[in-house]
Design a protein around this ligand. Structure first.
Ligand SMILES: Cc1cc2nc3c(=O)[nH]c(=O)nc-3n(C[C@H](O)[C@H](O)[C@H](O)COP(=O)(O)O)c2cc1C
Length: 394
């Protein structure tokens, strides 16, 4: 089955990692354990070595390299990295990108899905620093198995107890299932704003940050899809594993979408394509009392797509009023399979509250949540449509 890397960190619940290891093995997975030095204060590596039948990785230096750099090789070989239990310290290191021991260095070089199952004292759990670190990790797509409330080793009752072994193992199952769900599927995702030149120094654009489209592209890759991300200018790093196509104007965005659409199984139009372009002035326009710009409507990319029966097309609608009605009208008019309607307030934010409307009349109203989580929910819908329309993974 899968190669699971199990990270164990320094807390009382470290012994439960042995139970998790056994469960993962029962599911047929090959488990490699990596520990922090502090974890070894609680449970010796020998326990994990005996159970896993493999050497436990803990030290950054001092072992003979067998033709590779171990922390990179270990990360590369893994299909999933589960850190259970995860200390407050390790969450902070992951959030900040600290790589000062074997486990944290592996995390930084891992491109596979990561799950953390935190365990700590209730005050440590509630501390704003811990909560902020978790938010950061969530935004990056790290899966979190939240701790439970209960009697803690420190003698108080509250949140912070490691989630049940079953819940952790279930999270592994679901993340691994998802990681191949879209294997062989070709996605085209658009993101960000477009810019229309007014003159050599000025341009017309909008407030789109690209966060929604980038989150969709990243999550589609982690579900196994091959993804072309066509993006207007943003401050974001292209997600690992995507084919990145930078564009600037609505016209360039249109050309790239039409170029890549014929080979795509799914097109997700999350970009905020400008509705208007300007006839660019070759020279810088001089400062003047009043300046009138003549705007020309850009072409509607979705409306100009060729007729399709197999391909799935997802559109986004940003409305400041009558969101649902306007979105339903667009869904029909543009022959979309799924419409994601969101509020203008979502622009540039990390959060979004959306309404999902499907062609067959289904309406799902999601709560306010991180864009990374919204991306997962959208992809759940898309994966179901792909399955129904095109069949099982190739
Ligand atoms: C008895 C004992 C229990 C501890 N339990 C926890 C815990 O449950 N969660 C936690 O985040 N830290 C706990 N700590 C503190 C961590 O061990 C400490 O922050 C350490 O630096 C973590 O190192 P690591 O993250 O590299 O494993 C505990 C410390 C001791 C001495």
């Amino acid at each position: 089955m899968a190669n699971v890397l199990l990270g164990v960190t320094g807390c009382i619940a470290a012994y439960k990692a042995a139970l998790i290891l056994r469960e993962l093995q029962e599911m047929g997975h090959d488990v490699q354990v990596v520990m922090t030095r502090h974890a070894a204060e609680f449970v010796g590596p020998i326990t994990f070595e005996a159970l896993s039948g493999r050497k436990v990785w803990m030290e950054m230096f001092g072992h003979a390299t067998e033709g590779g750099i171990e922390h990179i090789e270990v990360a590369r070989r893994s299909d999933l990295f589960l850190v259970a239990p995860a200390t407050a310290n390790v969450l902070a290191k992951f959030a900040a990108g600290v790589a000062d021991d074997f486990l944290s260095t592996v995390q930084l070089s891992a491109t596979c899905p990561i799950i953390v199952a935190p365990a700590m004292n209730v005050e440590m759990w509630r501390h704003p620093a811990t909560q902020e670190n978790l938010e950061k990790l969530k935004q990056r797509g790290v899966h979190i198995v939240y701790p439970e409330s209960g009697y803690l080793a420190c003698g108080v009752t509250g949140e912070g107890r490691l989630a049940e072994v079953n819940a952790i193992v279930e999270a592994v199952r679901s993340v691994l299932d998802r990681s191949t769900e879209l294997a062989g599927r070709r996605f085209v995702v658009t993101a960000g704003p477009t810019c229309e030149e007014i003159d050599p120094v000025r341009f017309l654009t909008n407030r789109s940050s690209g966060k929604m489209g980038y989150a969709l592209a990243r999550r589609a890759v982690s579900r196994g899809a091959s993804v072309i991300l066509i993006s207007g200018p943003t401050r974001l790093e292209p997600p690992a594993g995507v084919e990145f196509v930078p564009v600037r104007t609505a016209r360039e965005m249109q050309q790239q979408v039409y170029r890549h659409f014929p080979d795509a199984d799914v097109l997700i139009m999350a970009a905020a394509v400008g509705d208007y372009a300007v006839d660019a002035n070759p020279q810088k326009i001089k400062r003047q009392e009043t300046l009138t710009l003549s705007l020309k409507m850009t072409e509607d990319i979705l409306a100009g797509l060729p007729p399709r029966d197999r391909q799935i097309v997802v559109g986004f609608a940003v409305e400041s009023e009558n969101m649902a009605e306007n979105a339903v009208a667009k869904l029909r008019h543009k022959h979309l399979d799924l419409m994601v309607a969101n509020d203008v307030a979502a622009f540039a934010s990390d959060f979004n509250r959306v309404l999902l409307l499907s062609r067959d009349g289904n309406r799902t109203e999601l709560d306010l949540m991180l864009k990374t989580e919204v991306a997962e929910r959208i992809l759940d819908e898309v994966a179901a449509l792909v399955q129904a329309r095109v069949g099982a993974p190739r």
